[in-house]
Write a protein that binds this ligand. Structure first.
Ligand code: HPA
Length: 253
């Protein structure tokens, strides 16, 4: 993509977390619109550009914004982008997202390393793919890298929980009954992204690390309605500690 630049780690920045891209010593910033395989993002809080550069000594490819299944009803919205980062030579995909918390001990503003996911949508980004489609999903979130993320969090003084992410299609938020069901199933955080990219990344042979920022309690956990504006406001307020953790993790990669 840029001659002679080979990123080691790719980072997807979730809703309201795009500001981390400013921490990259950029060698190039390319709008998705100029990249044929990259998605057209339609969600506020998702800029839609690829930033190539360094965090400390580590060469990175930062995807500032992602497309979601709910935008066009296509679970493989991110297939081209994931293929592109694999072809550029990335070995790991770090995923960030904004999520709803199913745990009272993870209030809005909390961070959670993703240990595993539950695909609750019934769709899969590998529908229609025939090459190597039976992808193993044991340890889909690389246990050694998650341990490293948690160790780095401790080192830089950021509290980071660990838990299971459940993917709902959106764009409507979940009902309280759905969230009660998700808790019974073993979920700790809920969101509308990440799972399809993890599946695509594992299909492409990339290791995956996941980091969720709780922007709200999930539906029904506490009184009150949910709104995307709250997601963006809490993400904005907590972006600093997400950035600090990401920076430290990437620098030490
Ligand atoms: N549900 C789904 N997606 C989300 C939520 C939520 O409560 N918060 C942020 N993204």
């Amino acid at each position: 993509m840029i001659d002679g630049f080979k990123p080691k780690v790719a980072v997807v920045l979730g809703s309201g977390l795009g500001g981390f891209a400013d921490e990259v010593k950029a060698v190039a910033k390319i709008p998705y619109a100029d990249l044929p395989d990259f998605p057209r993002t339609t969600v506020s809080g998702h800029a839609g550009q690829l930033v190539l550069g360094h965090v400390g000594p580590t060469p990175v490819a930062v995807l500032q914004g992602r497309a979601h299944y709910y935008e066009r009803g296509k679970p493989d919205e991110m297939a081209g982008a994931i293929r592109a980062i694999a072809e550029m030579g990335c070995e790991t995909l770090v995923q960030t997202n904004a999520a709803g918390s199913l745990r009272l001990d993870m209030p809005p503003g909390s961070l959670m390393a993703i240990s595993d996911h539950i695909n609750f949508t019934g769709v899969n980004p590998l529908f229609g793919v025939d090459a190597n489609r039976f992808v193993d999903m044991v340890d889909a979130y690389d246990p050694a890298l998650m341990k490293k993320l948690l160790a780095v969090a401790k080192e830089v003084g950021v509290v980071c929980h660990e838990g299971v992410y459940i993917w709902f299609s959106g764009p409507s938020f979940e009902t309280p009954a759905e969230i009660r069901a998700a808790r019974v199933l073993g979920a700790d955080a809920v969101g509308m992204s990440t799972t399809p990219e993890t599946i695509l990344a594992r299909h492409a042979g990339l290791k995956v690390v996941g980091l969720s920022l709780m922007t709200n309690y999930a539906a029904g956990l506490v009184q009150g309605a949910l709104a995307h504006e709250q997601t963006l406001a809490v993400a904005d307020a907590s972006a600093g500690q997400v950035a600090a953790l990401l920076h430290a993790f990437l620098e030490r990669y």
